[in-house]
Ligand binder design. Structure first.
Ligand SMILES: [Zn+2]
Length: 286
């Protein structure tokens, strides 16, 4: 792919977006001017998926309101029953979610060569808009469930079906938590767990290795929709800063990387990426 180096439209398109305040427009212009003519990576968190209907405070598809802890999950069947009873409802609510404007714009930026990869804290799969997307999932993926003894991998949808068969009350208004049944591994009867990272559990090495590769190759970063309170991707932002590459932060509210940012934009993430995509991809390929 030839890398786009010459802009055709300039920044005048931003002025057509009347709903963006002058201050945010200036910040966006600065961000875009820092990002053009270079390949950058994008680090995303729960805020990128809220427009898809996934709340940023709980659930299998997002950062949990009550933390999912690995130790009690392993030690207590009661904890596992509670987890799956809650997780079932989260699955029903969140698994039909579709990519929103931010996911689509980021995917297009990747397909046009501006973005070399996405590093995400999300476990919802929504960055996989098409097969070309390079996405490092730091905290796993909710769509598969693994046996912690033998490593057998199940589709989470299959486990959900088993939960429904074993717990008819799930399909009523009152879930019978007292007699809640949870499945074990069909191969070895081991404990099964969705492939999302719980507190107290290590990060999957394939996700972290891919993230490291993406960050090393990138010449800048846009951090979007994350406060970075869970600091797994922090070293990547720090690395970018140390190399003198631009750091752009788009988030509603403070983040742990505000001090490292060249530009901090406090605005709707879909709107910001739609503008960045529109400006950067309106180019002449040479
Ligand atoms: Zn097993």
């Amino acid at each position: 792919m030839s890398f786009p180096v010459k802009k055709a439209s300039g920044l005048k398109l931003i002025n057509r977006r009347k709903n963006i305040s002058k201050r945010k427009e200036r910040k966006l212009k600065k961000a875009i001017s820092l990002l053009e003519n270079r390949q950058f990576c994008v680090i995303t968190g729960a805020g990128v998926s809220t427009a898809s209907g996934i709340p940023d405070y709980r659930g299998m598809g997002s950062a949990p309101k009550k933390p999912l802890n690995f130790d009690p999950f392993m030690k207590s069947e009661e904890y596992r029953k509670d987890f799956w009873a809650d997780g079932y409802q989260d699955w029903i609510d969140f698994s039909p979610a579709q990519p929103n404007g931010a996911h689509l714009a980021i995917a297009e930026l990747q397909n046009t060569g501006f973005v070399n990869g996405v590093i995400t804290q999300n476990v919802d799969d929504l960055h996989f808009v098409d097969e070309q997307q390079v996405v490092a999932e730091l905290h796993g993926n909710m769509y598969t469930t693994s046996c912690l003894s033998c490593g057998h991998i199940y589709a989470t949808s299959y486990i959900i079906e088993k939960l429904e068969l074993g717990n008819p009350s799930l399909l009523t208004n009152t879930v019978d938590r007292e007699n809640f049944w949870i499945p074990n591994c069909e191969q070895c009867t081991g404990i099964i767990k969705p492939d999302v990272v719980f507190f107290g559990e290590g990060i999957p090495s394939h996700g972290y290795d891919l993230a490291t590769e993406i960050a090393k190759d990138a010449q800048g970063v846009v951090v979007a929709g994350t406060s970075m309170n869970v600091m797994t991707p922090y070293p990547f932002v720090q690395m970018m800063r140390q190399r003198g590459n631009p750091v752009i932060v788009i988030n509603k509210g403070k983040t742990m990387v505000d001090d490292l940012a060249d530009v901090k934009i406090d605005m709707d993430i879909s709107e910001a990426f739609a503008t960045i995509n529109q400006e950067l991809t309106s180019v002449v390929y040479i």
